[in-house]
Ligand binder design. Structure first.
Ligand SMILES: NC(=O)c1ccc[n+]([C@@H]2O[C@H](COP(=O)([O-])OP(=O)(O)OC[C@H]3O[C@@H](n4cnc5c(N)ncnc54)[C@H](OP(=O)(O)O)[C@@H]3O)[C@@H](O)[C@H]2O)c1
Length: 645
C-alpha cells in the first residue's frame, strides 16, 4: 500500500473552527482590577475593547476633549494637556466623593459624578502572558530556533533556492509579492493558496461565472505582466485559510511537506468595519490554521522547512496617544483599539508568540503600518482600501461639483454636497505612518533569508511620518480639492448628524452613508495622539536601506495615480487598471530620466505639463514612443538617473 507521505496529515491539525467554539477575547485578554491588579472573573465583550465604547458619553466630556485638542494645537504640549484633563477629571471625582461622604450620601456622590461627566473605571485590560517560561528560557528557545533555521538555510547551499507558500496572493500586498518574486532569483517556486472567485453581474448581482484558483492565478500573472520566463515558478492551488491545514488537498499537502522552505501568511480580512466574528474567523482562526500548517511542515520527517513569516500590522499596538509603540513589546493599549481588525490582528500576534514559544515553531512577525501605493509611481493595482478611500471620495465629489449642469439649482445642490463631502475629521497635528508597498514587500522577501528575524516583531513602517495638515495641503495642490479638517470630537457629535440630515434632505442617502462610514472608520487614524511606531529592525535584521521612502513624495504620487489612473475609483476593470498602470510606469520612468528628479519631487503644475505632453489622457495612451520604452536603453539609464535624483 502506498501510504501518502503526509506527515502533515499525521500531525495534529490543531486549531480548526471546531476547536474555537468560544471566540471570546478572553483567550487573549484578561479584565483586571485597577486597585489590586488581580484578574476579575467577568466576561470580556469584544465591543468594550474598542475606543468608541469609552467616549462621548457626556456633554462635558465631549467639550473637554474638544478643548484639549485646541489647547494641543496652540501649545503643542500634548502630554501636559492630557495630564490636565486627567487632573480635572480626578478632581471632579474627588469633590463628588468628599461631598457624598460628608453628607453620608453615596447616592449624592453618584449623581454628582454623573452630572459632572466624571469617567472612572475600576478595571482595565491586559494581554495574557503568552508563556509561563522565564525570560531567559524564552531567549534561549528563540536562539535555538534561529540556529535551526540558519542550519536549514545553509543546507540549501551558497545560493539557496527557496520554495515558498503564500496566502493572500490576490490582495494588495500579495500582488506586489508576486511581482517582486518574479525577479527574485532565490525563489524557485511560489505556491499561492487561493480560493475560487464568484463573479457577479454588477447590476443584477447574478452569478456570471466562478473562476477556479488556477484561472485566477493566470489572470493575475497576465495583469502583472509577469515575463513568460518567470511564469513557471508560480503555482496556484485551491485553499481557504479558515479551514484546518488551509483546506489543501491531501495530495498537495504530501508534495508540499517534502518541498516547502517558507510560508508567508499574508491573507486577512482588512476591513475596518467588519463585525467581530468575521474579523476573528479570518484573522485569528486564519492565522492559527496557517501557523499549525507550518508547524506540521516543520515537524515532517526530512522536511526542508526553514521558517514561517506572519504578516501583521503595526496597529496591533492600538491607540497609545502619542507614546512610542516599541517593536518587541505588545501591551494592551491604554486607549483601546480603533476597530475589530486591529484587535483581532493583535490576538493573532499573541497566538503566533504561543506557537513559537510553546510549540517551537520558527516564525518571524512583520508589521506594516498603513500601506500605500508604490513609492515612485503610486501604483496600487486597483486597491481602493484604507487611504485610497477618502482620497477617491474627495476627488469624486469635487469632480461632480465641477461637472454640475448649468441649472443654478443643480449647481447649488452639487456644490452643497461637495462642501459637506469635503469636511473630514482630523486633527491638523496628527501624524500618520504611511509606508509604500514596495518597501513593505522588499522587507517580507528579505525576511526569507534572515533567520535572525525569528522571534522578533519588525515594524515595516516609516520614520518620516506625515501630518494630516500636510496631507490636506497635498490634496489641494494635486486634486484641487479644498478638504477641511474638522475636529474629530465635534465631527462625531455634531457635524456628522447635521451632514447626514442635510444630505438626506438633498436626496443623497448613499453619499450620507458613505460619509458616515468614511468619517467614523478613518477618523480614528487622524485624531491627535497617534502612536509613534518605532522602526529600526527593518534595517538591522532585514538589511533594508536605511533611507526610508519619502512619505510626502509617495503620498503625492498616490494622489496623482488615483486621479489619473484610477479616476478616483471609477475605473473598476482591473484589466484596464493594469494597462493604465503600465503606461503610467513608463511615464514616470521618462519624467525621471528627463529631469533627473523623483517624479514625486516635481511640483504639481510641472508634472501636469509633462503628463499632458506625453499622454493622451482620454485614451490613456502614450502620445509617442517614450525614451524609457525604446530599446530598454532605459534600464541602466533610469537607474543612473534615479541614483542622481
Ligand atoms: N493594506 C494595508 O494598509 C495593510 C497595513 C498593515 C498590514 N496589512 C496586512 O497585510 C496583509 C495583506 O493586506 P492587503 O492589504 O493585501 O489585503 P487585501 O488586499 O484585502 O487582500 C486580502 C487577501 O486575503 C485573501 N483572503 C481573505 N480571506 C481568505 C480566506 N478565507 N482564504 C484564502 N484567502 C483569503 C484575499 O483573497 P480573495 O481575493 O479571495 O478575497 C486576498 O488575497 C494582511 O495581513 C493585512 O493585515 C495591510
Amino acid at each position: 500500500m502506498t501510504r501518502i507521505e503526509t506527515p502533515v496529515a499525521d500531525v495534529d491539525p490543531a486549531p480548526s473552527a471546531d476547536d474555537i467554539t468560544d471566540n471570546s477575547p478572553a483567550r487573549y485578554i484578561a479584565r483586571v482590577s485597577l486597585s489590586t491588579g488581580q484578574e476579575l472573573d467577568e466576561r470580556v465583550e469584544p465591543d468594550e475593547l474598542l475606543v468608541h465604547a469609552h467616549r462621548d458619553h457626556h456633554p462635558i466630556e465631549v467639550a473637554a476633549q474638544f478643548l484639549a485638542s485646541r489647547l494641543i494645537q496652540i501649545t503643542g504640549r500634548e502630554q501636559a494637556v492630557r495630564g490636565g484633563l486627567r487632573f480635572v477629571n480626578d478632581f471632579a471625582g474627588w469633590t463628588a466623593d468628599t461631598a457624598g461622604s460628608l453628607l453620608g450620601s453615596p447616592l449624592l456622590t453618584q449623581y454628582a459624578k454623573k452630572a459632572m461627566g466624571v469617567t472612572a473605571r475600576d478595571y482595565g485590560f491586559r494581554f495574557r502572558e503568552t508563556t509561563h517560561y522565564s525570560e531567559r528560557e524564552v531567549r534561549s528557545r528563540i536562539e535555538r530556533l534561529q540556529k535551526q533555521a540558519s542550519a536549514a538555510l545553509k543546507a540549501r547551499g551558497k545560493s539557496p533556492k527557496l520554495r515558498v507558500l503564500l496566502t493572500g496572493a490576490t490582495g494588495f500586498l500579495g500582488k506586489e509579492l508576486l511581482c517582486q518574486a518574479a525577479a527574485d532569483r532565490r525563489i524557485e517556486e511560489l505556491v499561492a493558496v487561493v480560493r475560487p472567485e464568484t463573479v457577479r453581474d454588477p447590476k443584477t448581482r447574478e452569478v456570471v461565472r466562478v473562476l477556479s484558483p488556477q484561472e485566477r492565478g493566470e489572470i493575475l500573472l497576465d495583469r502583472l505582466f509577469i515575463p513568460s520566463a518567470s511564469r513557471k515558478k508560480y503555482r496556484f492551488v485551491a485553499g481557504d485559510i479558515e479551514q484546518p491545514l488551509l483546506g489543501l488537498d491531501p495530495g498537495e499537502l504530501a508534495k508540499l511537506s517534502k518541498t516547502l522552505t517558507n510560508v508567508i501568511h499574508c491573507a486577512a480580512s482588512v476591513s475596518f468595519d467588519d463585525p467581530y466574528d468575521k474579523s476573528f474567523r479570518a484573522n485569528v482562526l486564519g492565522s492559527r490554521n496557517a501557523l499549525a500548517f507550518s508547524l506540521a511542515l516543520q515537524e515532517a520527517p526530512g522536511s526542508p522547512f526553514i521558517h514561517h513569516i506572519a504578516i501583521e500590522t503595526s496597529y496591533i499596538h492600538g491607540r497609545k496617544k502619542a507614546s512610542f509603540a516599541q517593536e518587541e513589546s505588545l501591551v494592551f493599549p491604554r486607549h483601546f483599539y480603533n476597530n475589530f481588525y486591529e484587535l483581532t490582528k493583535a490576538m493573532a500576534s499573541i497566538e503566533t508568540d504561543r506557537f513559537m514559544i510553546e510549540k517551537g515553531l520558527r516564525v518571524s512577525q512583520l508589521l506594516p503600518s498603513i500601506v500605500i501605493g508604490n513609492s515612485r509611481t503610486g501604483n496600487n493595482r486597483g486597491d481602493t482600501k484604507v487611504v485610497n478611500a477618502p482620497i477617491n471620495a474627495f476627488g469624486r465629489s469635487h469632480e461632480a461639483a465641477r461637472k454640475a449642469s448649468r441649472s443654478p439649482i443643480d449647481q447649488a445642490r452639487t456644490r452643497a454636497v461637495a462642501f459637506v463631502a469635503q469636511g473630514f475629521p482630523g486633527d491638523p497635528s496628527a501624524e500618520l505612518n504611511l509606508v509604500p508597498v514596495d518597501r513593505v514587500v522588499a522587507g517580507i522577501l528579505a525576511a526569507l533569508t534572515a533567520p535572525d528575524a525569528i522571534g522578533n516583531r519588525i515594524h515595516l513602517a516609516t520614520d518620516n511620518r506625515i501630518r494630516s495638515i500636510d496631507m490636506v495641503r497635498i490634496c489641494r495642490e494635486e486634486l484641487g480639492v479644498a478638504v477641511r479638517l474638522t475636529d474629530p470630537t465635534v465631527f462625531r457629535n455634531l457635524t456628522l448628524p447635521i451632514v447626514k440630515a442635510v444630505l438626506e434632505k438633498l436626496n443623497e442617502p448613499k453619499l450620507a452613508n458613505a460619509i458616515e462610514k468614511l468619517g467614523t472608520i478613518f477618523g480614528g487614524y487622524s485624531e491627535w495622539g497617534q502612536p509613534i511606531h518605532r522602526v529600526g529592525n527593518d534595517v538591522r535584521m532585514l538589511g533594508l536601506p536605511l533611507r526610508r521612502p519619502n512619505t510626502e513624495h509617495a503620498f503625492r504620487m498616490l494622489c496623482r495615480h488615483n486621479r489619473y489612473v484610477q479616476e478616483f475609483g471609477k475605473i473598476r476593470d482591473l484589466e484596464e487598471i493594469a494597462r493604465r498602470e503600465k503606461v503610467w510606469d513608463t511615464l514616470v520612468d521618462d519624467i525621471e530620466l528627463e529631469t533627473g528628479h523623483e517624479a514625486g519631487a516635481i511640483p504639481p503644475e510641472e508634472f501636469r505639463q509633462f503628463l499632458e505632453e506625453k499622454i493622451d489622457l482620454r485614451a490613456f495612451q502614450a502620445r509617442r514612443k517614450s525614451p524609457a520604452s525604446l530599446g530598454r536603453r532605459s534600464g541602466a539609464a533610469i537607474e543612473r538617473a534615479r541614483g542622481r535624483a
